[in-house]
Design a protein around this ligand. Sequence first.
Ligand code: GAP
Length: 463
Amino acid sequence: MDKKADITLEKIVSLCKRRGFVFPSSEIYGGLAAIYDYGPYGVELANNIKQAWWKQMVQLNDNIIGLDSAIFMHPKIWEASGHVAGFSDPLVECKKCHSRLRLDHLLEGCGITADEKMSEEEIGKIFEKNKGKIKCPGCGVSDFTDVKKFNLLVQSNLGNFTSDWQKEPVYLRGETCQGIYVNYKSVLGSARVKIPFGIAQIGKAFRNEITARQFIFRTREFEQMEMQYFVSPEEEMKEYEKLKEARWQFHLSLGIKEKNLSWHKHENLVFYAKAAYDIEYNFPFGFAELEGVHARGDYDLTQHAKFSGQDLSYIDPQTNKKYTPHIIESSVGVGRTFLAVLADAYEEEKIGEEIRTVLKINRHLAPVKIAVFPLLKNKSELVKKAKEIYGKLKKTYMCEFDDNGNIGKRYRRQDEIGTPYCLTVDFDTLEKGDVTVRDRDNMEQVRIKIEDLESYFQGKFSA
Ligand code: GAP
């Protein structure tokens, strides 16, 4: 049977809540739509994903460097980028129950292909043609307003003390890459880089998404991992193909199964784009965008040069040729990667009469690497020895000490959070100086001498 058919989003949401990966934000006040908090294991997994991305982008590439730009930026940046005028989703309202709905999702639900990147006119035409077939998911009635474009930028009154601040709002950034574009000149002047080079950044972004659905897949506050690669016009498409391949390999390196990934080519490109592909993941609700890889031409720096009045061109030190750098980008959400990693790793296995829920997550991403148990809680010599081992291992690995309940229950708990190794101190440990190490995936147990534990785990976690 196809494993995917069994793994529903509800099961993943329930595991996330039960085991402290993800909580609805402000839950004691009834929650806040499309905002989530990452719990104790969630923050570990998210940090491990971000570290893996940073290592692949910055540590392993000599010509990609890091940046951490502010969330608030000069409001003109969002005019230059086109977000103030055009960063919007197509919205219709049901005239009966007044549900506000994203038209491209509504069409998609009726099996009609639409693209969020289509112009208002294009999607409006598709809507007009199919109006009769579309029903409101809230009340079932087919009576909608005309399509409107709804701007996704989140506004703030930062530094504006007047009551009509909405006339001149400051925005919470809608994507992190704008911070990279506007720092391009400072980086060039300070970091001894020359084209081709990249700037990588991880940070929060905010969007007034119309519909809150699919858990952490689409949220109003989320984190992006973006890398913008500055290239010469001639090299743009060659570098783009290299970036596409590197990004595919990155997702495989996280342990995501290749059969659950696919490329989606955007046919309706914005006028300046040379190419746009998404890497899609087979989420429990079907294939959907995990990451965007785009060839953006010289649009970004040309726009910022125009709006800021600054010269953002580049002079090639070898040829002396002057040009505006072209940009290729990789843009992926932390939350979407988190959800893909969980969905890919989630398994339910029948063991006798029981179902074992296990996250067969890549061991480098696992929130806890090693759990240490004394066989019995009330035997002080076992607890003391287990604490001693735990104290040593936690200097290198994220470890957890657990003496609650029987060993079987402790194994199940660690399986559910994806801990690759459980180590038990028993009476033989006191006599022979060895412990049991149990492997999450095949549940096999081996005896390892205490003095060999460090090298044993080094072998397991080095690859
Ligand atoms: N700078 C390009 C850019 O932002 P995008 O396709 O709008 O492109 C890139 O977003 C990635 O950011 C997506 O592939 C997704 O992983 C993530 N993302 C976008 N909107 C999101 C949202 N509302 N919630 C969670 N992740 C989101």
